[in-house]
Design a protein around this ligand. Structure first.
Ligand SMILES: C[S@@+](CC[C@H](N)C(=O)[O-])C[C@H]1O[C@@H](n2cnc3c(N)ncnc32)[C@H](O)[C@@H]1O
Length: 472
């Protein structure tokens, strides 16, 4: 006898109050149960079909809307229902930044367990579209069939796709025709490359069989009007590669750095691959304030240049540099923050694990005519030691800007030993930042905090904290 399927539970009249990861809204049921819900926004009152139950919360989808939030707006993108990119387009921007602010305050209150009165209001973006300077598109031999198409009952035409991954699906690509994330030239390039490759019947990558020519395309641009394009091919068929690359070169003279990779590995990352320059320069140049940056194909650079300047000005303000100060910049990337601050201090020492980024950082130091910066390639947890301090002198200020996972516990232990008078902690994940601030609170007080919005229509938040050594 087969097991009877358990009926899913519906929780009625849940008021959504906040935003959560992956485009979900969060709310509390009248019983007190916390629910993360797909398809709702803060302010909606909904009946929730609970799909998963964890110890302290549930996850579900909207079964029925009881009332709609006043903050709902019409999404502006034709791909909104399917694409995972801009999950919060149906929430008014003013409400988005209000909820992001609350997310920071709650993380600090619940995880760091620190007073939150000194958290300033989030700095929002003036431009909420076309704000990205880097977009990565993927090819797939089969496009994602939208829910609307599947429900239409009409015969579905299958064909290859070139666009973005369906949220949470590594092998499903949505065929994108218009995107509002990067300057419209990016749209024109993507659509032209699709047209050329389809016309010449060049195969698109099959992520399950690991076969096919066209794999990925990264498009980067800068406020100075420079463009970098890196195309990944899945097979070393030089005649096809030459055809595609020369077509792009001739069609888009705006591209100042045209590069490609032949990636035959299982994963898509190009950080461990040889990148071949097809035409133009090996890098593009960006400028924030007076500081210029040479950005190579493997280097991280903040993806919203306008807001990067806003962010770095907050760091500069919090750092309160003096000409005699010694500064460490941990997770320095291509020296972006270090060089922004270099002219205002005696010495700045940057650490970064991606070696090509450190090569860019050293070139960037020359580009900006600064002679007081030193850059090291390596994992911060291995490089930052008491011996490193003996070599470079005790830091007056440590700037730290780790990836989403936050700082390794060994790095926190070393920071506690180094006891710099001030730490400026930049983070793209208030949850891990709050965890690290709690660990640092043994010796440091959080003095002030400034969230900055770098990614409109998403749940992502950038946050800067100033920590000062306690008077012990
Ligand atoms: C959020 S980015 C910040 C980069 C830079 N501060 C900026 O504003 O552009 C984090 C950087 O840390 C680097 N990184 C990640 N894990 C690292 C580690 N364990 N040790 C050193 N660098 C690391 C990444 O390569 C990336 O460049």
């Amino acid at each position: 006898m087969g097991r009877r399927k358990k009926r899913k539970r519906v929780v009625e009249d849940v008021e959504m109050t906040g935003i959560a990861d992956k485009g979900k809204a969060v709310g509390r049921a009248p019983s007190g149960e916390v629910l993360f819900v797909d398809g709702a926004v803060p302010g909606d009152v909904v009946d929730v079909l609970v799909l998963r139950k964890k110890k302290s919360f549930g996850q579900g989808i909207v079964q029925e809307f009881k009332s709609y939030s006043d903050d709902r707006v019409k999404p502006f993108c034709q791909h909104f229902d399917d694409c995972g990119g801009c999950k919060w387009q149906h929430l008014d921007y003013a409400a988005q930044i209000r909820h992001k602010h609350t997310t920071v305050v709650e993380a600090m209150r619940k995880i760091a367990k620190i007073p939150t009165e000194t958290i300033s209001l989030i700095k929002g973006c003036e431009e909420t579209r076309y704000y990205r300077n880097k977009v990565e598109y993927s090819f797939s031999n089969k496009r994602w069939i939208t829910e609307a198409e599947a429900a239409s009952g009409e015969e579905i035409q299958q064909h290859p796709a070139f666009g973005f991954h369906r949220a949470g699906a590594w092998d499903k690509i949505i065929d994108i025709h218009t995107c509002h994330l990067q300057d419209t030239l990016s749209d024109q390039i993507r659509n032209a490359v699709r047209e050329y490759t389809m016309k010449h019947e060049i195969t698109y990558y099959d992520p399950r069989a690991h076969k096919g020519m066209m794999r990925n395309m990264i498009v980067r641009n800068t406020s100075l009007g420079e463009w970098m394009l890196i195309l990944s091919f899945g097979e070393p068929k030089m005649e096809i590669i030459e055809g595609v690359m020369s077509y792009i070169k001739e069609s888009f003279p705006q591209i100042t750095s045209l590069q490609y990779v032949i990636n035959q590995k299982l994963n898509d990352t190009i950080l461990d691959q040889d990148i071949i320059l097809y035409s133009g320069e090996e890098y593009i140049i960006e400028k924030l304030g007076d500081c210029k940056y040479r950005i190579g194909p493997k280097s991280f650079f903040q993806t919203n240049s306008k807001q990067a300047k806003v962010l770095y000005d907050v760091v500069k303000d919090y750092a309160q540099l003096e000409p005699e100060m010694n500064v460490y910049d941990l997770y320095t990337g291509l020296g972006s923050i270090a060089l922004y601050l270099a002219k205002d201090c005696k010495q700045i020492v940057g650490i970064e694990e991606v070696e090509p980024a450190i090569i860019d950082a050293r070139t960037n130091a020359k580009l900006n005519e600064t002679e007081n910066s030193i850059f090291y390639a390596g994992d911060v947890k291995d490089v930052l030691t008491e011996g490193f301090r003996d070599l470079h002198g005790s830091p007056d200020i440590v700037i730290t800007d780790p990836p989403r996972a936050g700082m390794h516990k060994d790095v926190i232990e070393t920071l506690l030993k180094l006891s710099a008078p001030r730490i400026v902690y930049v983070s793209c994940n208030p949850g891990t930042q709050a965890r690290d601030i709690a660990l640092l609170s043994e010796k440091y007080d959080m003095v002030k905090m400034q969230p900055v919005d770098m990614f409109p229509h998403t749940h992502h938040i950038e946050n800067v904290a100033l920590l000062e050594l306690k008077n012990v």
